[in-house]
Structure formats: structure tokens, C-alpha cells
Design a binder for this molecule. Structure first.
Ligand SMILES: Nc1ncnc2c1ncn2[C@@H]1O[C@H](COP(=O)(O)OP(=O)(O)OP(=O)(O)O)[C@@H](O)[C@H]1O
Ligand SMILES: [Mg+2]
Length: 365
């Protein structure tokens, strides 16, 4: 077993403000392995940037420990705090953070000053990194002469040469338009497979998280709600919160009738069989049922499927898919299909849904 590149243990960060204090991180623990791409995903204000800044040493946490490459860089108990410049990592920010008065090459060379490298060696390394991000011909330009996507590539080249293959990203693609974002997402992945850096990558864009991550840590105010591969997070969310945050989710209330291989749940649209549930659910327990729009259908209602009826309210054409809003006794549900359906608005429909696509979570009443 190799040890993790970054180990965050029981980290708590409390911001003191004039009006009191705010717990931005509440006992957070997370490991990032060598060569691993870990994405911190969560809504605005949940503490993603704070966690990243704590790892970088830009914030001092109130409790817990951070270990980077086996070295303790923060411990509240032991009074250890290693400053950012001695943590051997690099950062890429949303705002690029380039020096406007330095050329592209000098921006990338900049972090190599005072590292003991000769300026000739530093220049070679910087040129190699610029070539890797596709900017080999842009060394002499200044940041103001580049597009946003190109400026972020310079920041990426700088991150590659500095630090020790551990890169922290804070929403690096958020300022770019959709096409450039998609392009850079792919480039980031191929760069990572070439040089195998380890990444902690903050975003609130779920598509970006799913596309880039080896593992996603979904954050809820100050805590980690679930950590897992993109497939685990998307297909097996461990809570209503995670199911709701990633992808879209239909939710409706029910009460557990019986527990067996599947759960039988009474709902306003009838009895449903539910395949995904935690073993501690018991009969009589109020639950939320969650099912994704693309896991409901109007056809393919095979044996063993749940079936329930409703009325089609509206269909939105979205190019690659169609989104259908259906009024049911349990409220409005959304069904996504790839192809048109032969039902008009205000007409009755039957929705089918496989038990293993429905998740049950305890419901507070
Ligand atoms: N310097 C600070 N002083 C006081 N409160 C702060 C400070 N920095 C952040 N906070 C608060 O801590 C919480 C977490 O902030 P953080 O910047 O980590 O969120 P985030 O998940 O990165 O959000 P976003 O997606 O909007 O960037 C927020 O409620 C924020 O208001
Ligand atoms: Mg942030």
C-alpha cells in the first residue's frame, strides 16, 4: 500500500466574523491517492474553496491534521503549520492569476526562481510545459494577448512545473465558455494521463465532476456527504441530498409496507417495489423515494417493473433529449426520453420504472 499524497483528518475551520462565527468545515476527512483526480463538488458556500485553501496552507484550520506526502503540514494538537511555499503543491485558480507584465514564458518560469535551478534549465522546463498545454508558439506573448482558455493553459503549465505533481484547482474552467470548457476538460484528462499528477479539483459543475473525477466528494454545508466514483455517486447516492444534487431526481413520499429482497412502499400512486434501500429501513417507516427522469419510461414497461399512471402536462424539446412533465397523484414527475413519444399534452400516460432504479431514504415527519 502506498500512502496517500494528501490526508485530511478531522479538519474543522471556523471563520470568525463581526456577527459571530461560521463553521465552514466540520470534521472533514479525505484522502487523495497518488495519481488520483479527486473532485470536491457541492453548492455555493458549502466549503469547497475553504478545504482547498486549508490543504494549500492559505487558511489555518481550527482543528484536525493535514499530511502531504507523509509529512505533517498542519496539526492543531501538535501546533504544526507549514506555510504554503513549503507544501510542494501548485494551484490553478478561476481567475488565472498570471502576471500581466511578464511574458507567457516568464510566467511559467516564475515559480522556478529560488529552486536552485539554473535559468537555462528553468526555461527548458517551462518550454516543455507550454508545449504540453499546446502553447509552444506563444512563449513571447503577454497574458493580455491571449484568450481566456489560453491564459488558463498558461496557468496549467505553471502548475505543472512548480510543486511536486500535486495540483489544487479552484473552478479553473468556470470563466470559460462552454465549448472551450469541454475542450480543456479533455486536455486536462490527457495531460493527467501523460504526467500522472494528483489533483484536488473544486467545481460546482456536476458534469465536469462526473467527467473528470476518479472520485467525487460531494459536500453539504461544511461536511462531506458522500465520497465515491462518479458511477457510485450517480447510481447509488447514499442520501436524498446527494441524489438531488447530482443529476436530477423525482422525489415522492411513501411509507414502507414490507421489507424483503425489495422494499414495498405505499405511495399516492400505489404500491411500488424499490430495489435500492438501506437495510435498516423497517415497515411503517416514512421514506422518500427518488428516481431519475431517464430511469422512467413510457415504453419498455417490462415484467417486474413498477407501473403508474399520470397525465402528460408538457414536453420540452431539448435537442438530444425530450423532457416530459407528468402530473401524477404523487405530484409532478419528469420523464426524459431520447425519442419522441406518441402522446399529446393533457393525455393519459403510463410510466414504468424498474425497482432497482428507485432509491428509498428515511423521511423525517
Ligand atoms: N474569509 C472568510 N470570512 C468569513 N466567512 C468566510 C470566509 N471565507 C469563506 N467564508 C464562508 O465560509 C463558507 C464556505 O465558503 P467557501 O468559499 O469555502 O465556499 P465554496 O463552497 O467554495 O462556495 P463557491 O462555490 O461559492 O465558491 C461560506 O458560507 C462563506 O461565506
Ligand atoms: Mg469557492
Amino acid at each position: 500500500m502506498t500512502s496517500p499524497r494528501v490526508s485530511v483528518r478531522n479538519l474543522t475551520k471556523i471563520y470568525k466574523t463581526k456577527r459571530g462565527s461560521h463553521v465552514a468545515l466540520d470534521n472533514v476527512s479525505l484522502d487523495i491517492d497518488a495519481g488520483e483526480f479527486v473532485v470536491l463538488l457541492g453548492p455555493s458556500g458549502c466549503g469547497k474553496t475553504t478545504l482547498l485553501r486549508c490543504i494549500a496552507g492559505l487558511e489555518e484550520p481550527d482543528a484536525g491534521e493535514i499530511i502531504i506526502d507523509g509529512k505533517l503540514v498542519f496539526s492543531s494538537e501538535k501546533g504544526v503549520y507549514v506555510p504554503p511555499e513549503r507544501r510542494d503543491l501548485s494551484m490553478v485558480f478561476q481567475s488565472y492569476a498570471l502576471w500581466p507584465h511578464l511574458s507567457v514564458l516568464d510566467n511559467v518560469v516564475y515559480p522556478l526562481r529560488n529552486t536552485g535551478k539554473s535559468s537555462a534549465d528553468a526555461s527548458v522546463l517551462a518550454k516543455e510545459a507550454l508545449a504540453k498545454v499546446g502553447l509552444g508558439d506563444y512563449s513571447a506573448r503577454f497574458p493580455g494577448q491571449l484568450s481566456g482558455g489560453q491564459q488558463q493553459r498558461v496557468a496549467l503549465a505553471r502548475a505543472i512545473v512548480s510543486g511536486d505533481g500535486l495540483i489544487l484547482f479552484d473552478e479553473p474552467l468556470s470563466n470559460l465558455d462552454a465549448k472551450v470548457r469541454e475542450r480543456l476538460r479533455l486536455e486536462l484528462l490527457s495531460l493527467q494521463s501523460q504526467i500522472n499528477f494528483s489533483a484536488v479539483y473544486v467545481t460546482h459543475d456536476q458534469i465536469e465532476a462526473l467527467a473528470l473525477a476518479d472520485r467525487i466528494a460531494v459536500m453539504d454545508v461544511g461536511r462531506i456527504a458522500q465520497v465515491g466514483s462518479p458511477e457510485q455517486i450517480y447510481d447509488y447516492p447514499n442520501s436524498r441530498y446527494v441524489a438531488d444534487f447530482i443529476g436530477s431526481a423525482n422525489e415522492f413520499a411513501g411509507t414502507v409496507k414490507s421489507v424483503g429482497d425489495v422494499l414495498t412502499v405505499e405511495t399516492a400512486i400505489g404500491e411500488l417495489e424499490v430495489g435500492n434501500f438501506h437495510s435498516d429501513l423497517v415497515a411503517g417507516q416514512p421514506v422518500w423515494l427518488v428516481v431519475r427522469p431517464e430511469h422512467c419510461s413510457f415504453d419498455g414497461v417490462g415484467e417486474g417493473y413498477n407501473r403508474f399512471s399520470g397525465t402528460l402536462v408538457r414536453t420540452l424539446y431539448l435537442g438530444a433529449s425530450r423532457q416530459h412533465f407528468v402530473e401524477t397523484a404523487a405530484g409532478e414527475l419528469v420523464v426524459t426520453t431520447q425519442t419522441p413519444i406518441a402522446v399529446g399534452e393533457k393525455e393519459p400516460v403510463t410510466i414504468g420504472c424498474a425497482p432497482q432504479r428507485i432509491h428509498a431514504f428515511p423521511r423525517e415527519v
